[in-house]
Write a protein of this length. Structure first.
Length: 280
C-alpha cells in the first residue's frame, strides 16, 4: 500500500489517500479527539494511482449530463420503435416516446427478474427487430471477414447514435485464421448515453453488453466484444473479436455506482450482474 498524498483538512484532521487491491480506492482520515488520534476508512471514487507517486483526479462522469437533440427523423423513429417493442414484451406498459421514457421501460425489465430472465426478455426484443429468415441470409451473404466486420462498425456509428451517443470507428487488433490482424472494426463510444441515463452497472451488463454480444454471434455469426469503462462511461466495441466467458470478463466483478437506485452497495460487486451469485 502506497501513500500518495497527505493534506491538512483542519488543525486536528489529516487525510491520507491510498490504493487497495482490485482497483478500489480508500481514504483514511485521522482525527484527533480526547482519547487521541483515530482513523476512519471510506471509499473514494475516481482516483487514479501511479507508481511515480502521482495521482490524477478523474471527473465524475455523472456530474454533467449530456444534452441530446432527438428531433431528427431517425432518432424519433428508433426511440419510438424500440419503446413499442419493449412495451409489448412487458405486457403493454405505457410509454411517452421520449428517450428517458425508453430508459424507464428498460428499468422495468430489471424489476422482479433474475439475470437469466432479463437476458431472455432482451433477446426477445432484439429478435423481434429482425425480419423472418434474416439471420440465415446474413450469415450467407456476410460471412466473417475483415470487410464485413468493418461494415458493421461503420453502421453502428451511424445508426445507434440515438441510443449510445456519438461514436467513431477505430482500429482493432483481431486474431483471424490463426494470425493477428489490424481491422478497422472497432467502435469507440465517447460517453454512453444509455449508461449515463440508466446509471446502473447491471443494466449495462444484462440489457446491453451480454445480450448484444450473444445476438451478433448467434444471429449473424459475427463475434463482438463490448468493453464498457465505468469510470468515464466510454465503451469500446470490437467486431470480429470473441468475448471472454462472462465469469472471466472484468465487468463480472464491477461494483455498483454510488448513485445507483437499483443495486445496494457501491463497495460490493453489483448484485444485478449475476443474481444467482448474489443470493449465495
Amino acid at each position: 500500500m502506497t501513500v500518495l498524498r497527505a493534506s491538512k483538512v483542519s488543525a486536528k484532521t489529516t487525510t491520507l489517500r491510498t490504493g487497495t487491491a482490485q482497483g478500489r480506492h480508500v481514504a483514511k482520515v485521522w482525527t484527533c479527539g480526547p482519547s487521541g488520534w483515530h482513523r476512519t476508512r471510506f471509499g473514494v471514487p475516481h482516483v487514479v494511482f501511479s507508481a511515480s507517486s502521482e495521482h490524477q483526479e478523474v471527473a465524475d462522469p455523472f456530474a454533467t449530463k449530456e444534452v441530446y437533440d432527438d428531433s431528427d427523423i431517425l432518432s424519433k423513429f428508433m426511440i419510438g420503435y424500440f419503446s413499442k417493442v419493449t412495451s409489448k414484451q412487458l405486457g403493454g406498459l405505457p410509454y411517452d416516446g421520449t428517450y428517458e421514457g425508453y430508459v424507464e421501460l428498460s428499468r422495468e425489465i430489471m424489476k422482479g427478474r433474475n439475470t437469466a430472465q432479463v437476458q431472455e426478455l432482451v433477446a426477445g426484443i432484439l429478435d423481434s427487430l429482425l425480419p423472418p429468415q434474416s439471420p440465415e441470409r446474413f450469415k450467407k451473404w456476410f460471412p466473417l471477414n475483415k470487410r464485413n466486420a468493418e461494415i458493421n462498425a461503420w453502421i453502428t456509428t451511424l445508426g445507434f447514435k440515438w441510443l449510445v451517443g456519438p461514436s467513431e470507428v477505430q482500429d482493432a487488433e483481431i486474431e483471424f485464421q490463426g494470425e493477428k490482424q489490424v481491422w478497422r472494426s472497432g467502435v469507440k463510444i465517447k460517453k454512453c448515453r444509455y449508461l449515463e441515463n440508466s446509471g446502473c452497472v447491471g443494466m449495462c451488463t444484462n440489457m446491453c453488453k451480454l445480450p448484444t454480444q450473444k445476438f451478433f454471434l448467434e444471429k449473424f455469426g459475427l463475434p463482438l466484444t463490448m468493453n464498457p469503462d465505468f469510470e468515464t462511461l466510454e465503451c469500446e466495441m470490437i467486431f470480429g473479436q470473441a468475448p471472454p466467458p462472462v465469469e472471466e470478463d472484468p465487468v463480472y466483478n464491477q461494483p455498483c455506482f454510488s448513485a445507483c437506485n437499483i443495486g445496494t452497495d457501491s463497495k460490493q460487486v453489483c448484485p444485478k450482474i449475476d443474481t444467482d451469485r448474489s443470493q449465495n
